[in-house]
Design a binder for this molecule. Structure first.
Ligand code: PMP
Length: 322
């Protein structure tokens, strides 16, 4: 995720960031080492995908508004007042995507942060905020089509300790520790239990399981992030596949006995879990519901399903060098 240029018709194309209210060359978007957020993780962010539809030569940004609505909730929690509305943020995002003109899948990262250059201060209400937005090329996040997961020795954060329903940067140490442990132990992804041992979610994904014909996902009381992909999957399963979808508490051992398990998230899309703690899930192959939902989901996020085109914001890329 370090590219500073995109290629347009074989020629390098300069990349921009939205920073302190303007579009600036990416290399000029820099903050001071005194920045509060750098020291304490006092920031909220979003991960939004732009999916490049090769046939139509269009970038489809998935559920842009919903991401900014969640970002705004995080800002409220962290006492950040941005000088933008959700509509403004959507417009700025489309403008940046069009200007950067990446002709491949992208990840859009808005970040609202305590930009105050004040390090020994723990009072949110005294710290000024800033907003920045970057776009980077982004392929398969998990690096594999099917996942071998482990149960993390780290527990998912509890809402009484830190707000779990918002994407605050500080919370991500929990995800980072779990992911690192899983990958260093030879697994693809970690599944975190909550404090009392119930299944919560992956390190950056929500979790679903199929058992006895029902699609089941952990209740928000067990502290998973209220994922936008989670909500999307629940709607598709119910509306299009006619499945009963249940939000309830999931015991750890239920996962080993599930007919199917999959993870969902903006970066992860919808990815089947084929083994957990070295035990295959069912026959160790992606199951029929995961496969059907994944196919539908991909059609939708690439703007190929007219019924759900309202979830996609199309960006028309500027092919003239900026
Ligand atoms: N849980 C965590 C911890 C995450 O970081 C993410 C990614 N945002 C998700 C779940 C999935 O959320 P979404 O579908 O909104 O991307």
């Amino acid at each position: 995720m370090t590219n500073r240029t995109a290629s347009v018709n074989g020629a390098p194309h300069p990349q921009f960031a939205f920073f302190r209210g303007e579009m600036v060359p990416l290399e000029d978007a820099r903050v001071s080492v005194m920045t509060h957020a750098l020291h304490y993780g006092t920031a909220v962010f979003e991960g939004i995908r732009g999916n490049w539809n090769v046939e139509q030569e269009k970038m489809y940004i998935f559920r842009l508004r919903e991401h900014y609505e969640r970002l705004m909730q995080g800002c409220r929690m962290l006492m950040m007042e941005l000088p933008y509305t959700v509509d403004d943020l959507c417009r700025i995002t489309v403008e940046l995507v069009e200007r950067n003109a990446n002709r491949s899948d992208i990840y859009i990262r808005p970040l609202a942060y305590k930009g105050a250059e004040m390090v020994a201060n723990l009072k949110l209400h005294e710290l000024s905020s800033d907003f920045t937005l970057i776009v980077v090329p982004f392929g398969n996040y998990l690096g594999t089509e099917n996942l071998r997961c482990c149960t993390s020795s780290w527990r998912r954060l509890e809402d009484q300790m830190t707000p779990t329903q918002i994407k605050t940067s500080a919370n991500y140490l929990n995800s980072i520790l779990a992911k690192t442990e899983a990958v260093l132990a030879g697994f693809d992804e970690a599944i975190l239990l909550n404090q009392d041992g119930h299944v919560s979610e992956g390190s950056g994904e929500n979790l679903f399981m199929m058992r006895k014909g029902k699609l089941i996902t952990p209740v928000l009381e067990d502290n998973p992030l209220p994922g936008i992909t989670r909500e999307t999957v629940m709607e598709l399963a119910q509306e299009d596949l006619g499945l009963e979808v249940v939000e309830r508490r999931i015991d750890r051992s239920e996962l080993y006995l599930a007919d199917e398990v999959f993870l969902s998230g903006t970066a992860a899309h919808l990815t089947p879990v084929i083994s957990l703690d070295s035990r295959p899930i069912a026959d160790g192959e992606p199951g029929p519901v995961s496969t059907a939902l994944k196919r539908m989901y991909f059609d939708i996020v690439f703007g190929r399903n007219p019924k759900y085109l309202h979830w996609c914001t199309a960006a028309v890329l500027n092919l003239v060098a900026a």
